[in-house]
Design a protein around this ligand. Structure first.
Ligand code: FRU
Length: 822
């Protein structure tokens, strides 16, 4: 957990709250004080934060302690005095929500903070110390603050400083300047307003003024806040402006503190030193901080108004320009920003589905892998959570899984249960210079909120194997141990363990079996019942990487057979290949662990892209989405056991309006056409194809794009044609027509289609065939047309549902205006 200490004033802000019926001015009693606000902002984001300060032995003092405690701030360092009252500030707001202050602090308890109140041992071990100038206006707090800062400096702790000038609290402006300059001399991070910069440097040019300060005081990062315009930053060799967010402010108190709390949070989250931050990283962090600051101004008060990560991400998403967001799906999962590939660590635990994913949080192409994280109660609406796993001394965090260690077999949970992630650490072997992939553990005892890497990492290494990755672990009751299936180039290997920490090899499968068009990746292994026969089979899922000579790119196959506790035994001949999906964009799919038995479902989700072109898709501020989560079943189809899949039933909750038709005859002259001004759609069609030629369902945009789903009864072939689907030329393999064989039983085919802004998913015959494709239409879809090439098709039944978006803020402005502009 991140660990930040703030030192300084904690006080009550009395904010105007209208007038009494008798006409007297009323004030609201809001806990505040800049350092206290920064600590509250950090703990609201999920970081560990503590305050060092002093309150009076009075009602206001206990109110402040309570407010800090309920914001999650550690108050062990907040001492109490009976020598002065708790400091009070009366805030006067003008029409813009801007403030002036009158202080009741002659003296106030906060100025009585003494050096002996400072827990120096805690300062030495924290990650950052934040301070301001107001705890240096009077002794003994002045010396106490300086003592804390000097200790932190000596221990190499990151120092953040906000001058936060209030002239009324200083003897003179000269004295204020003297101590502010002292603060700057010690700061690594300086947050300063335009007025403050002017006061210190005499320059109203933020670029010049900040350059002067940086050169004079050697401050690694200077951020000048520019109110609603955002901020300007200067970081060794880089500088620039970061746009703010337009909101309707009602009280700007605490905005700068929220900004700083958010910035510190993001800086510490990366685990990098300030000098190593790239331009892109610092811009991302400051965007986050700008959003945090903007949110606080929309609420009264400060300490209790700090934003959550979710609120900030929502604000960022809803303010992105149209071009960056037009392909952001309405009901498929996407990362808040930047790159995502494989789903990882899928686990259900204590009421929540967790989705981790391969994530490069600072770039839109594959890069140093982290585990992004999101949580959902229904597999449909996801809340973004902080990044769960960061690269470390053993390398990047590649794919893997999570299990619930119910019986603490790992010994990591002190008589309780918790989550264990088993993943691949990827780095370079220092001896051979070759890539190295080893398996490691991380665990969480707070329902996945915070993660600790296991001290004994890596737990499984095979020196001879270069490709050795993507472990999937499950509890195997018959042998009473954990089983790991993992891939090694052209095969799957199996290991067993009693405690998740020590693994022994038990068998392998796959060399010469199934498809080897690419390297084997992302395995999964589970047992499923066959229809309701009472019998069951084991399913082994294997994704295979891109091969430049295969137009299909990366895709996923599966095997049906038995698992004897040691290895997998294929039921089918070695050359029998079964594909999970016949579209181009469903890869690295794995299933959720620990879905309760009463539910009983086996739910899979895949990465909705293809290594062939994944790094080039024209998505915008993010790149990489997940497929819909799908429930898997086994069915006996003419003597062959095969997988079927359908999106989980929870998706139905997104339906808004439904229209249905029955027994509609469609001919080349009289096609079925339905106009729509909605671009999130679900279509269910049952069609009699006995007297027609090829039938086509065409989803046409208001521009030139067409996405065609067709069925050729002669070839018995179901296909998607995305060759005119909009943006296609980012890669030569993207524009294509591809499909699967499908026999129309009784001349009837049954299609179930989900259309999102960036994808189409097609299921035929209750999920016997699935096809998932990305699309990038030039404009939103405007009509659905069903037509026959010749003869007549009967639409036995047709339903079109409009769907609502999973983004709780409703539709982003970009999409709405996009539709009008189109
Ligand atoms: C599959 C994969 C995995 C690997 C991960 C790296 O898409 O190549 O084998 O662990 O992606 O991001």
């Amino acid at each position: 957990m991140l660990n930040v200490i703030a030192i300084g004033e904690v006080l009550i802000d009395f904010t105007p709250a209208g007038r009494t019926s008798g006409g007297n001015e009323q004030f609201e009693c809001n806990p505040g004080g800049a350092p206290a606000n920064v600590a509250a902002a950090l703990s609201r984001l999920g970081a560990g934060s503590a305050l060092i300060g002093k309150v009076g032995e009075d009602q206001f003092g206990s109110l402040l302690r309570d407010a800090l405690l309920s914001s999650g701030v550690d108050v062990a360092g907040v001492s109490v005095t009976n020598e002065a009252s708790t400091t009070l500030a009366f805030v006067h707001l003008d029409d813009q929500g801007d403030r002036s202050f009158s202080f009741f602090r002659k003296p106030g308890a906060d100025t009585l903070l003494h050096s002996k109140d400072i827990p120096l041992d805690r300062i030495e071990t924290c990650q950052a110390l934040h301070f301001g100038s107001l705890s240096m206006t009077h002794e003994p707090a002045r010396t106490a603050t300086k003592t804390a800062v000097l200790k932190a400096k000596e221990a190499g702790v990151l120092l953040s400083f906000d001058p936060n000038i209030r002239f009324a609290l200083w003897e003179s402006k000269e004295e204020a300047k003297q101590y502010i300059l002292w603060g700057m001399r010690h700061a690594d991070i300086l947050k300063i307003s335009e007025e403050e910069l002017y006061f210190i440097t005499g320059s109203s040019d933020v670029e010049k003024g900040s350059l002067e300060l940086q050169q004079q005081y050697d401050i690694a990062l200077i951020v000048v806040t520019l109110a609603e315009k955002g901020c300007y930053y200067r970081l060794a060799g880089q500088d620039g402006y970061v746009r703010g967010f337009r909101v309707k402010p009602i009280d700007t108190t605490g905005a700068g503190d929220a900004f700083l709390g958010c910035l510190l949070y993001k800086i510490l989250e990366t685990g990098r030193s300030l000098d190593d931050l790239t331009d892109q990283q610092i811009i991302g962090m400051l965007t986050f901080a700008n959003a945090g600051g903007a949110i606080v101004t929309t609420r009264k008060g400060a300490l209790g108004s700090m934003p959550t990560i979710h609120e900030i991400n929502r604000m960022i998403e809803s303010n992105k320009p149209y071009e960056e967001e037009r392909f952001r799906p309405g009901f498929h999962f996407t990362p808040p920003d930047h790159w995502a590939n494989d789903p990882n660590g899928l686990v259900y635990y204590e009421g929540a589905y967790h989705l981790f994913y391969q994530h490069h949080p600072y770039g839109n192409q594959w890069g140093p892998m982290h585990w992004g994280h999101a949580v959902s109660e229904d597999l449909v609406r996801w809340e973004h959570a902080p990044i769960a796993l960061f690269p470390d001394e053993h390398g990047a965090i590649f794919s893997g899984c999570c299990v619930v260690d119910w019986n603490n077999s790992s010994g990591l949970f002190e008589n309780s249960h918790g989550l264990v992630a088993i993943f691949t650490h990827a780095d370079t072997n220092p001896e051979t210079g070759q890539p190295r992939q080893r398996q490691s553990l991380a665990y969480s005892d707070d329902k996945g909120q915070t993660w600790h890497k296991y001290d004994g990492n890596p737990v499984l290494a095979e020196d001879d194997l270069i490709d050795f990755r993507d472990p999937k672990v499950f509890w195997h009751s018959p042998s009473e141990r954990w089983v790991m299936v993992i891939v090694a180039g052209d095969r799957a290997r199996f290991y067993g363990s009693e405690n998740l920490r020590e693994w022994s090899f038990t068998g392998e499968f796959g060399s010469g079996e199934g498809s080897h068009d690419g390297v084997w990746e992302c395995p999964d292994l589970f047992e499923l019942p066959i229809d309701d026969t009472g019998r069951s089979k084991w399913v082994l899922i294997i994704s295979i990487g891109d091969n430049p000579s295969c137009p299909e790119g990366s895709r996923t196959q599966y095997f049906i057979g038995e698992f004897d506790g040691n290895t997998f035994i294929n039921d089918n001949p070695a050359d029998h290949i079964m594909w999970l999906d016949y579209g181009r964009d469903n890869y690295a799919g794995v299933t959720w662990s620990d879905i309760p038995e009463q539910d009983g479902r086996r739910v899979i989700i895949g990465w909705m892209s293809n290594w062939k072109y994944a790094n080039e898709t024209p998505t915008g501020s993010w790149r990489g989405a997940m497929t819909l989560p799908r429930a898997l079943s086994l069915t006996d189809k003419d003597g062959n056991v095969v997988l079927t899949q359908m999106p989980v039933r929870e998706i139905e909750r997104l339906r808004r309006e439904s229209k249905s038709w029955k027994d509609v005859a469609v001919t080349p002259e009289v096609p079925f056409i339905q106009k729509t001004n909605e671009d999130l759609l679900e279509i269910e069609a049952v069609m009699d194809v006995r007297s027609g030629d090829e039938v086509q369902l065409v989803m046409k945009s208001s521009g030139q794009s067409e996405i065609i789903i067709g069925y050729d009864p002669v070839r018995q072939w179901l296909f998607i044609d995305r060759s005119k689907s909009g943006l296609i030329d980012f890669h030569p393999s993207f524009a294509s027509r591809h499909g699967a064989s499908l026999v129309a039983a009784d001349s009837e085919i049954k299609l179930h289609i989900w259309l999102d802004r960036n994808a189409v998913e097609v299921y035929a015959d209750n999920g016997l065939v699935a096809m998932t494709d990305q699309i990038f239409p030039d404009a939103p879809i405007e009509s659905i047309k069903i037509s026959a090439k010749s003869g007549q098709i009967i639409l036995n039944s047709l339903q079109i549902h409009t769907l609502e978006s999973i983004h709780q803020s409703g539709e982003r402005s970009g999409h709405t205006s996009g539709r009008k502009d189109a």
